[in-house]
Design a protein around this ligand. Sequence first.
Ligand SMILES: Cc1cc2nc3c(=O)[nH]c(=O)nc-3n(C[C@H](O)[C@H](O)[C@H](O)COP(=O)(O)O)c2cc1C
Ligand code: SF4
Length: 487
Amino acid sequence: MTDKRREKLLPVARWPTLSEASSARWFQPVKLGPVTAATRTWVPAMVPWRSNEAGECTPEVIAWYQRFARGRPGVLVVEATGIRDVPSGPLLRAGDDRFVEGLSRLVDAVKRASGGETKLFIQLIDFLPIKRRPARNAFISRFLTLTPALRALRPELDDAALRAHLESLDDDVLATLLPARELEALRFGLRERVTDTHLPHIAALPQVLPGLFASAAARCVRAGFDGVELHFAHAYTMASFLSALNTRTDGYGGDRAARARLPLEVFAATRAAVPPGFAVGCRFLADEIIEGGNRPDDAAFFGVEFARAGMDFLSLSRGGKFEDAKQPKVGASAYPYTGPSGHECMPTTKLPTPWGRNVDAVAEVKRAVKAAGLETPVVVCGGIATLDQAEAVLARGDADVVASARQSLADPDWLLKLRLGRGEEIRRCLFTNYCEGLDQSHQVVTCHLWDRLKGLPDDETAPRTADRRRLLAPEWSAEMTRAAPSK
Ligand SMILES: Cc1cc2nc3c(=O)[nH]c(=O)nc-3n(C[C@H](O)[C@H](O)[C@H](O)COP(=O)(O)O)c2cc1C
Ligand code: SF4
């Protein structure tokens, strides 16, 4: 599909005048516990793959957030950042004191670039090991556990001969013989789950995680952040504790209250480790989308529990799970945004209506929190890219804050353009998920629209990726220079 056709699919935008913008609900302040954001706009966490193997806050990471800060969102959330000090590829880390210095440079840069207006939160994440999909022969000859049932197939064979025999079988036959987890490991790569309590490090998660999240949050305080967002969403450890698929029998799985126990303990430990002026909230799923997973009524239950415990904000997303992810190629890892739940998480114009798809489920959470007598602000996102969409959400009271990820990526100045009554200058996200495809392969994330603009004054000097993509969105002023009629 051409970009022109994609543009036609976007929600109709009636850009506000300056005075309409100044009275818009979206641009009014909101209290997030001890922190007041100047507007109800929010750029949610997006991993741009600009850190390095050491998990450091590189100059590229800083430049990325500085660029968003110039558009002055009410809140900017730094990407999912690891709470452990373990090699995690180029994922940003907060798992040791040595990361504080780099993170504080990031905070300073954002504060300067937004004139002190944008509140800066950071998303803290834990995740479980996942292996790449193995080659069939390598898996059977080296990794497959020879269970008594497999040995019983050909008791006369020694291990090597049995493995050779299994290798010779058709895929369909092999599939009937392997235990479900072994078959999954063969087809998708081995993925640990919170229910693997036979593994000591998985059994110990409830003892270990509160301290890890709390220490990472304390480092973020020292770095100067305004708050942390505990990542309880998508395919990661804490979301798996909340999931209806969590059947742990140690008091941290089973019914909803038991599934919420560890997230609440993580929150309590984090709260205890930070000063009163620091915001602590979480991101969790309004709907897991997958079979047997949490639905909006589960999310409403969790929302009330989190609000009652004193969280300062509840940011909601939907989907993004491993359970329905596409089978990866041999040598690649499964990616939780490739199946139906992933498509809900980051909807594209391939869906008939990618706009505001999370709103109904999030509104259910908001209503439950309100009915419990709690005012905790609720953040919604997902296919929201015009002022009218955001205003409708806020007017109905479906949420208190409206977040925009990809539209802010396509044009980090767009919120400022809206506020200045210059909406027609917005570079509109086409919801293609080119950026998400880069994220999927852990490549430096950029927007394809940035490279469609030619003849900008910085064409020669703009920082670029090795394959010549712009690393940052073009400057608004540079685009205006280009648009000005030549004499
Ligand atoms: C490149 C990219 C990276 C993302 N990384 C994260 C992340 O680190 N943590 C997170 O909670 N969501 C992440 N998301 C999801 C977004 O925060 C957001 O929920 C999603 O894009 C839907 O919102 P939108 O329609 O406004 O883009 C990412 C999205 C994109 C496009
Ligand atoms: S690359 Fe991402 S941000 Fe850019 S237009 Fe496509 S979906 Fe939007």
